[in-house]
Write a protein that binds this ligand. Structure first.
Ligand code: KG4
Ligand code: ZN
Length: 357
């Protein structure tokens, strides 16, 4: 029997410092031996968003302790690690540089291979940490910085079918929360407030709902919410606005996912249809429920990562490292941090003013 690989993953692209060690069971399924995530919520709360310099400083202060804790928790001796995988992008360059340099230095000193990981690929593969999934599959990636439909053909082979042309879904949740006076990061709080509200109270816009394929646009929602927020008086009004916002996002995602299913089927000839949802917003239970129901209607198998692995973590980075390690896809130690690193390098850049869809 060949020796099982042990991979150390390191993540520092935004406001989570994380490290994880994973391996495989006898069937080749990944097993998480340790998964340490240290969030910087308290550092950024009073600023209402992530402050890059403070985030980088916090990563620098904690990275060695977090990696040490991941090693201790795994019960694996550092010398047993077969490869080190660090997030190299996309993200804030000052933050990426911390985990990337740390990973490279450790790899060099241990004389082990180094693997540069795309953070978005980490999210894309994260459901594989608890489900067996074969390629190809349709992926909806909904996080704080990205919202995309992608056809995942193989490891590192993506074709983008649709993307947001302005705000990401998580960003829309966070901005709505900020308008409603909820501390950063407010996305998860909106879900809680929405439970107490009337989702039909406010009629909110759904830009490019009936055109633009499965591309998304959410910035108009925030503008409408800002306008309505000036008129609301009671706490119940706030709950109603949160509920109306979440309902509108759900309606947009329902419609656009149907379009994405259609486009995916045109590209992939196979009976088994799998739909993977990943990224921080995949933790939202109402969005999950709607997508599961839609999958039933459309004969897709819905697959989600466990709730605790929807947000940023290093287990998903180690998982990409593991898949690349098995294919001996290693990187040189001069691999740069990439603030922008799309999964589909051939897809057109769609953000900005004057977009015609
Ligand atoms: O994937 P992630 O942890 O970080 C990025 O790579 O962006 O996603 C974070 C985003 C934030 O915008 C956060 O508000 C949102 O995911 N989020 C949620 C929920 N939990 C996290 N949005 C809506 N409902 C939730 N339950
Ligand atoms: Zn993320």
């Amino acid at each position: 029997m060949s020796k099982k690989p042990f991979i150390l993953g390191i993540e520092s692209s935004c406001d989570e410092t994380a490290a994880s060690i994973i391996s495989e069971d006898n069937q080749g399924n990944p097993i998480i031996l340790s998964n340490i995530v240290s969030s910087q919520e308290d550092v950024h709360k009073k600023f209402g968003g992530v402050v890059p310099e403070l985030a980088a400083r916090s990563h620098l202060e904690k990275i060695d302790l977090i990696v040490q804790k991941a090693i201790d928790d795994s019960g694996i001796n550092l010398n047993k690690i077969d490869a080190i995988a660090s997030t190299a992008g996309p993200g804030l360059i000052v933050c990426l540089s911390v985990g990337l340099s740390f990973g490279k230095t450790l790899a060099a000193s241990l004389k082990k291979p180094f693997i540069a990981v795309n953070h978005l690929e980490g999210h894309a593969l994260s459901p594989k940490l608890n489900s067996k999934i074969n390629y190809p599959y349709l992926l909806l990636l909904i996080s704080g910085g990205h919202s995309q439909y992608l056809s995942v053909k193989n490891l590192s082979e993506y074709q983008r079918l649709g993307t947001t042309i302005d705000d990401a879904v998580g960003e829309a949740f966070d901005k709505t929360a900020k308008i409603l006076g909820i501390e950063f990061p407010g996305g998860p709080q909106i879900e809680i407030l929405a439970k107490k509200g009337d989702p039909n109270k406010y009629d909110l816009p759904k830009p490019i709902f009936n055109r633009g394929g499965c591309n998304l646009s959410l910035a108009g929602l925030k503008t409408a919410i800002l306008r309505i927020s000036k008129e609301i008086k009671t706490n119940q009004d706030r709950f109603d606005l949160a509920a109306s916002f979440q309902k509108t996002v759900i309606e947009i995602l329902y419609k656009k996912t149907k379009v994405a299913f259609n486009e995916f089927e045109k590209k992939i000839q196979q009976k088994e249809k799998k739909f993977v949802v990943a990224g921080g917003v995949a933790a939202n239970k109402e969005i999950r429920k709607m997508l599961v129901d839609l999958c039933k209607e459309e004969n897709y198998e819905p697959i989600f990562p466990p709730i605790e692995l929807c947000g940023d973590n290093a287990a998903m980075i180690a998982l990409v490292g593991l898949e690349k390690f098995k294919l001996k896809r290693f990187n040189e130690l001069d691999f740069p941090a990439k603030p922008r690193w799309p999964l589909d390098e051939n897809a057109a850049f769609l953000k900005g003013a004057g977009i015609k869809l």
